[in-house]
Ligand binder design. Structure first.
Ligand SMILES: Nc1ncnc2c1ncn2[C@@H]1O[C@H](COP(=O)(O)OP(=O)(O)OP(=O)(O)O)[C@@H](O)[C@H]1O
Ligand SMILES: [Mg+2]
Length: 477
């Protein structure tokens, strides 16, 4: 559905933290790409011309008719929210109606657009107040092409304060990669000075995007987990008919609950938490990939990467035990949660959020990471699992068929067995072989373990020290 652009009422404008929306080349790319995503585009082509201080973003989204095009760069004009209440249920990436207006003030702005359901396309240029100047028809495919040229041309101090072009280009690339990670269904084509720069192919989930961004990582190195998470009780629930954006680009219909305030109980009949939220995790398998810095622990909420030191710390703590010393995990966490749980209106770049019930989400993240790391045939992609086991089991009997396919299938679990798996210390292991003079192969009722002898020995020593540990009073000198 195409919604018309309208100017926000003053009481709403006063509540919005717009600030410096455009502070760099990368911010231009971010704002234009987010507009394309809000217009349901599936293909976004970006061209950067650093010498001309120009960026062009073309999308195949819903497009705009002439009336909307004329209003697009006016101050506080948006099609995404209408009233104060909408600020607490934001499901789009934009909501302030400020980005295009700021761009008109800071650069030469031109927009060509054609609505999907019309045959006529329009080209409009704007003055520094965001008012239309030139208007003409144009031949264009359905969608929108926004061109921003001569950025900060009249603001020489701003240009001087920016990092070098190389650094700015790197920031643009990072910005696009981050958005792509949160919206894996999009095809990205990026050019620099009309030469192909890089592309990102679409995938069914972020797991398919990560290997395109981190070159050392392969698809089979990554583990993915998507779980439904109930909204914490006592929080605002989804309003009737609210729409949410999902990672695969579908607009999912969320719960049918009435809006309640933070202090009230939700007005459901049975007072049960709803499961409208999704937590999606992509983890680098700890024995396959890790980093020497914590630079690939990323958190996104509802389609946008955000800074969340608390959730990042939760991820680091949950994975610390599985990694070698001084190494850090690769982990992308995407929370798709009821918008009433988030306050986006904190930061002009929307990079910081306030998440209600933070400790609840931290707990969910820890649980999910534990679940994702509990390696079993059902969790691990089959091929890579077998490959890893086969590689390690180089036993002497060449023709001995180990039928790995069958032997690692999960056996039906009784409640008792399940309990055994969740409480690791209760698993009874039986050593059956030694591999490469380095690993002990042990079996247990529902699978098998490979134990690195050296690490096991360290653990034995550690436990011996713990057993013999005593607190002794210090002798006075
Ligand atoms: N690529 C596009 N395709 C279709 N409509 C667009 C596109 N870009 C902008 N628009 C329309 O122009 C309006 C103004 O865009 P602008 O980016 O200034 O504000 P916004 O996205 O609503 O909020 P924000 O300032 O938070 O980004 C949008 O609300 C949308 O209706
Ligand atoms: Mg916008």
């Amino acid at each position: 559905m195409i919604v018309n652009i309208q100017t926000l009422p003053t009481d709403v404008v006063n509540l919005i933290a717009a600030g410096e929306v455009i502070d760099s080349f990368a911010a231009v790319v971010r704002e234009l790409a987010e507009n394309a995503l809000d217009a349901n585009a599936t293909r976004i082509a970006i061209a950067v011309f650093p010498d001309l201080w120009r960026v062009r973003v073309a999308d195949n989204g819903t497009g705009m008719d002439l009336t909307n095009l004329q209003n697009a760069a006016s101050p506080h004009s948006t099609s995404k929210i209408r009233s104060k209440d909408d600020l607490y249920k934001i499901t789009s990436l934009g909501f302030r109606g400020e980005a295009l207006h700021s761009l008109a003030a800071l650069a030469d702005l031109e927009i060509c657009s054609r609505r999907v359901d019309t045959i006529e396309g329009w080209r409009v240029t704007y003055n520094t107040q965001g008012e239309p100047v030139e208007i003409e028809t144009v031949a264009i495919a359905p969608g929108t092409v926004v061109t921003v040229s001569n950025l900060f041309g009249n603001w020489s101090m701003r240009r001087q304060g920016l990092p070098t072009i190389t650094q700015q280009l790197r920031l643009i690339q990072t910005t696009i990669q981050q958005i792509a990670l949160c919206h894996p269904h999009i095809t990205w084509q990026v050019k620099q000075n009309d030469h192909p720069w890089f592309t990102i192919s679409p995938g069914t989930s972020s797991r398919h995007i990560l290997p395109q961004i981190i070159k050392q990582v392969r698809l089979s190195d990554l583990q993915e987990l998507i779980v439904d998470v109930p909204t914490p009780l006592g929080s605002r629930e989804w309003g009737d008919g609210e729409m949410g954006r999902w990672e695969d680009g579908e607009m999912g219909r969320w719960g049918d609950k009435q809006l309640t305030t933070n202090n009230q109980q939700p007005t459901t009949n049975n007072q049960q938490p709803t499961t409208n939220n999704k937590l999606s995790l992509v983890l680098g398998l700890p024995d396959r990939c890790h980093r020497h810095r914590a630079d690939w622990v990323r958190v996104a909420t509802n389609g946008r990467l955000v800074r969340s030191p608390e959730l990042e710390q939760t991820i680091l703590s949950a994975m610390a035990r599985t990694l070698p010393r001084d190494r850090y995990p690769i982990c992308f966490l995407h929370l798709h949660i009821c918008p009433s749980q988030i306050d986006w209106n904190r930061h002009p770049a929307k990079a910081e959020i306030y998440l209600h019930s933070l400790s609840y989400w931290q707990e969910q993240v820890t649980k999910s990471i534990e679940q994702a790391l509990r390696i079993s045939a059902t969790h691990l992609p089959e091929a890579s699992h077998l490959h890893r086991v086969e590689k390690l089991l180089k036993v002497s009997e060449e023709k001995a068929g180990y039928h790995l396919n069958r032997s690692v299938q999960p056996t039906p679990q009784t409640n008792l067995e399940h309990q055994k798996i969740t409480e690791l210390e209760l698993i009874e292991l039986r050593a059956i072989a030694q591999v490469h003079n380095r690993y002990i192969l042990a079996e247990h009722p529902t699978g098998m373990w490979l134990i690195e002898q050296h690490i096991a020995h360290e653990r034995v020593l550690y436990e011996q020290i713990c057993d013999r540990w005593q607190l002794l009073p210090l002798e006075p000198p």
